[in-house]
Design a protein around this ligand. Structure first.
Ligand code: GLC
Length: 477
């Protein structure tokens, strides 16, 4: 991953009119979060984490995952994993080889908008069909014994055991009917039975918990797992006696992984630096007033925030001003919700050519914006930078909150991160480190102490490891 910051333009360098410059100065002001503000957000975060550990129903839910204890790296065996919750559905066959090594084979399919918002039964039938096809492809369809499957279901599930729970609400654009308040494991198991697929759902796991586990498989100092992709969330290892609301009874360890569901942080709007562009996005979203923090820091939303700024500029005749007869065609695509993808931001930010020809090409091919001027491209790039940088800095607040709450000492810790934003967005990691440095002047070498790293395939390998932990817990219970 490159840690080189993309070339940034200052307002004067954009080459715009005085009106454009004035607008940009105001936008910069609105999207800039300084060190003092970062610290305030972090402190509020710690308070909210505490509330979640004390009682049910808190905004930051702090859900016990029922995954107890730590890994040794020696775990072995074949497991099936299913990953639902991002853009794709994945079925994975994981072979844990011990010594922190593993192999995976997987198949991927897109979940249509219709399935995401239709009856839950249809979604489960579709998943069962994908599992069935995968087993056939892998020659596993005639197993004598049922295969154990770890189900990475990346939504807020209030768990009552390692393979039981109820969905409390949908997030990230999913809205299937007949699922909230129900157990996703039972719904899937029923669909598998209907299709006679010889698979037992033996664990349900959030993607953040999976990411933590997959990172811990070869980095034993792992404290937390984060997802910075379509959605955003975190999990970390907590002492059970600090989980005041825990009524789970006897456990096999004094530690448990907590799925924070941090995307809901500050739904009350007490501290986050919300702009009118964030408010518009929230109001027009499928889940208004929910997941406010997630909406400022995750891949599903960053493009839309950027689009909101761009359309505001267009409305004020500060951008894409053209002759009357062409203006309608110009604004058609950019006026459409979600048309400006976060991936475009990534590519525009990475564009360091003189005339920003790559950015112009992106805008032309994807949004039919022909003949963009270099000044316009610079302005658009600057807006991407502001939205992207704010996201990284705000995301860093949650890391700072976790390490402060857990009183991480000078030995530091590892934090596994998965998700397209972290993996592909230029400088996302560098900007997070920058913010962490500002929030932790007491740490000398931040990169060596708070060791962020890409946890590949947290959802697949993590689910397999959870199935493994489930078996271990069963043995020792
Ligand atoms: C959403 C979900 C959460 C998940 C995250 C990342 O915030 O509610 O469970 O971990 O997205 O996929």
């Amino acid at each position: 991953m490159s840690s080189k910051a993309p070339q940034a333009y200052e307002v004067k360098e954009l080459g715009g009119t005085p009106e454009q410059e004035a607008y940009m100065r105001d936008i910069i002001d609105q999207f800039t979060v300084d060190t003092k503000y970062l610290n305030q957000i972090r402190d509020h975060f710690i308070v909210e984490m505490q509330k979640g550990l004390e009682k049910e129903g808190a905004t930051v839910a702090m859900i016990p995952s029922f995954v107890e204890g730590r890994l040794t790296g020696q775990e072995k065996g074949h497991f099936l994993a299913l990953d639902l919750g991002g853009t794709n559905l994945r079925v994975v066959l994981v072979t844990l080889e011990g010594a922190g090594k593993f192999k995976t084979v997987s198949s991927k399919s897109r979940v249509s908008e219709e399935l995401k918002t239709g009856p839950m039964r249809n979604l489960c039938d579709y998943i069962a069909e994908c599992v069935d096809t995968f087993l056939t492809e892998q020659g596993l369809e005639d197993q004598e014994m049922e295969l154990n499957l770890g189900y990475t279901f990346s939504f807020p599930v209030l768990q009552s055991s390692i393979n039981r729970g109820t969905l409390s609400t949908w997030t990230k654009g999913f809205a299937c009917t007949g699922a909230v308040g129900k157990d996703p494991v039972l719904l899937l198991q029923d669909a598998l039975l209907r299709k006679h697929v010889p698979v037992k759902v033996s664990a349900i796991v959030n993607d953040t918990v999976g990411t933590l586990l997959s990172n811990a498989y070869n980095k034993p100092e792992t404290l937390a797992g984060l997802i910075l992709g379509t959605g955003a969330n975190g999990a970390y290892i907590e002492k059970i006696d600090k989980i005041k609301k825990w009524k789970g009874g006897k456990s096999t360890s004094d530690e448990m992984i907590i799925n924070m569901e941090l995307g809901a942080f500050d739904n009350e709007r007490n501290i986050l630096p919300l702009t009118r562009f964030d408010n518009k996005l929230d109001r027009e979203s499928i889940n208004p007033h929910a997941q406010l923090y997630e909406k400022m820091i995750s891949g599903m939303y960053l493009g839309e925030i950027t689009r909101n700024v761009l359309t505001d500029m267009i409305d004020r005749e500060l951008l894409l001003k053209r002759e009357i007869h062409t203006s309608f065609a110009w604004s058609k695509d950019i006026s459409r919700h979600w048309s400006f993808e976060t991936a475009f931001m990534s590519n525009i930010e990475a564009d360091n050519s003189d005339e920003l020809s790559v950015s112009k090409e992106i805008l032309d091919t994807n949004l039919n914006l022909h003949d963009i001027t270099t000044t316009e491209a610079r302005i658009i790039k600057k807006i991407c930078e502001l939205v992207g940088k704010r996201a990284a800095r705000l995301a860093a607040c949650s890391i700072s909150a976790i390490i402060k709450h857990c009183e991480v000492g000078p030995e530091g810790c590892d934090i596994g991160i998965d998700g397209s934003l972290y993996e592909f967005y230029p400088s996302f990691e560098a900007r997070m480190y920058e913010a962490l440095k500002e929030m932790h002047p007491e740490i000398n070498d931040i990169e060596k102490t708070i060791r962020l790293g890409l946890a590949r395939d947290g959802s697949g390998v993590g689910a397999a490891l959870t199935a493994c932990v489930a078996a271990r817990m069963e043995q020792t219970a």
